[in-house]
Design a protein around this ligand. Structure first.
Ligand code: S3P
Length: 443
């Protein structure tokens, strides 16, 4: 356990880059492993979650190397070319790694075993087990289809048509990755659009995939199975979900102004920026460009007064990982912020709805949960702080409360910051270089 404390920050200043996007990094390794030949990946997130996916892919037959400049090379085995792993695939804290790989192996005719850490072993897997079973794969799992579990890949995989019942890019991606090694067309219908990195990257690797809008505002995605994926080099954009932490820390500390360079601005990931602008934030994009099929920009942000807003449920998928830090921004705003449609937060690395509200209340903020709605009352002044918050093996809860402590009246401590390395290695160093005072607490 690494306890951390965050006390009153200097104004944040300067330019920085955050590590590569977690979602895109997992997918780059997985599709690189399923291509025929050599894919090179720059700016891969070297967080524990992604390193677990790399290790699992090696066990499934891919050769994956990193050179001393941080350039990653994946020698793929081709669609259908994965081999039975000798040991158990341990995905650590990573829901994305576990669910996407379960999809990929479901249509390979061998048996594999999946496990994870205490947090991952509590998370629901029925949402992928159910559609993947329809391809012909079989699963043996604990109650609630939780990890550890065994996947017996389909000997004669079938393409499926599946309507995703929860807004989840992981479920959509698991079905598409299974569809890669099924003959014919696999169709996924998502009633609510979620991050589309899998679709963008499949296209980048040469798969035939068509996406059309449904009448109800969702998407219908059709993938032609058993393609020969071509290796495709790519540079991973900075992770907008990581950029969110220095951005909010800047907003709430008067006199601050920073620029985060090379951040992903895929419209299905930018709900936080839209919400912060509605709250009054001065946030601008510069040098907008496209790399590897994804939009990127430099994001500039200045401190300023914030006002409470109503965040509609329809926006949740485009900022699902940003609610912990948005709730922190809301606790500095003047007025009430209502965040709706947050049921999915209950099944993240922790029950984030409870963790956010409980942590905020400890810090002297009036925060309530009613069904799937989180309400935070701000009075336009910094919250009291001065609390010890339990991170619950959840990197984003840990980072959000360190951000709160950086501008609260009294320092905030978190009991364990070790999981920050799953998504944002170097977080403390980067934040302190900008101006925060986050330090390890010696016991
Ligand atoms: C992710 C999708 C989201 C998100 C997670 C990463 C992905 O999860 O919370 O951090 O890479 O597809 P869900 O698909 O469960 O919403």
């Amino acid at each position: 356990m690494t306890a951390l404390s965050s006390g009153s920050s200097r104004p944040l200043r300067g330019r920085c880059r955050v590590p590569g996007d977690k979602s895109i990094s997992h997918r780059a390794l997985i599709l690189g492993a399923l291509a025929v030949g050599r894919t090179r990946v720059r700016n891969l997130l070297e967080g524990e979650d992604v390193l677990r996916t790399a290790a699992a892919l090696r066990a499934l037959g891919a050769r994956i190397e990193r050179d001393h400049n941080g350039l990653w090379t994946v020698h793929g085995v081709g669609v259908g070319g994965m081999v039975e792993p000798d040991g158990v695939l341990d995905l650590g804290n990573s829901g994305t790694g576990a669910r996407l790989l379960m999809g990929a192996v479901a249509t390979h005719a061998f048996t594999s075993f999946f496990t994870g850490d205490e947090s991952l072993c509590q998370r629901p897997m029925a949402r992928v087990v159910e559609p993947l079973s329809r391809t012909g794969a079989r699963f043996v799992a604990r109650d609630g289809s939780r990890l550890p579990l065994a996947v017996m890949g389909a000997p004669s995989p079938m393409p499926i048509a599946y309507t995703v019942p929860v807004p989840s890019a992981q479920v959509k991606s698991a079905v598409l990755l299974a569809g890669l090694n099924a003959p014919g067309e696999t169709t996924v219908i998502e009633p609510v659009a979620t991050r589309d990195h899998t679709e963008n990257m499949l296209r980048h690797f040469g798969a035939t995939i068509t996406v059309t809008a449904t009448e109800t505002g969702g998407k219908r995605i059709v993938l032609v199975g058993q393609p020969e994926l071509k290796p495709a080099d790519l540079t991973v954009p900075g992770d907008p979900s990581s950029a969110a932490f220095p951005i909010v820390a800047t907003l709430i500390r008067s006199g601050s102004a920073i620029t985060v360079e090379g951040v992903g601005t895929n419209p299905l990931r930018t709900g936080l920026y839209q919400t912060l602008r509605e709250m009054g934030a001065r946030l601008t994009f510069a040098k907008e460009r496209i790399t590897g099929g994804e939009r990127v920009a430099d994001v500039a942000i200045k401190a300023g007064d914030l006002k409470g807003v109503d965040v509609p449920a329809a926006r949740a998928p485009s900022m699902i990982d940003e609610y912990p830090v948005l709730a922190v921004a809301a606790s500095f705003a003047k007025g009430r912020t209502v965040m709706r449609g947050l049921g999915e937060l209950r099944v993240k690395e922790s029950d984030r709805l409870a963790a956010i509200a409980g942590g905020l209340r400890k810090c002297g903020v009036d925060a309530t949960v009613d069904g799937d709605t989180l309400t935070v009352e701000g009075n336009g002044t910094p919250p009291k702080g001065g609390a010890l918050v339990a991170a619950q093996l959840d990197h984003r809860i840990a980072m959000a409360f360190l951000v709160l402590g950086s501008a609260a009246r009294k320092p905030v401590r978190i009991d364990d910051g070790a999981t920050i390395a799953t998504s944002f290695p170097g977080f403390v160093k980067l934040m302190n270089r900008l101006g925060t005072r986050i330090a390890e607490v010696r016991r």
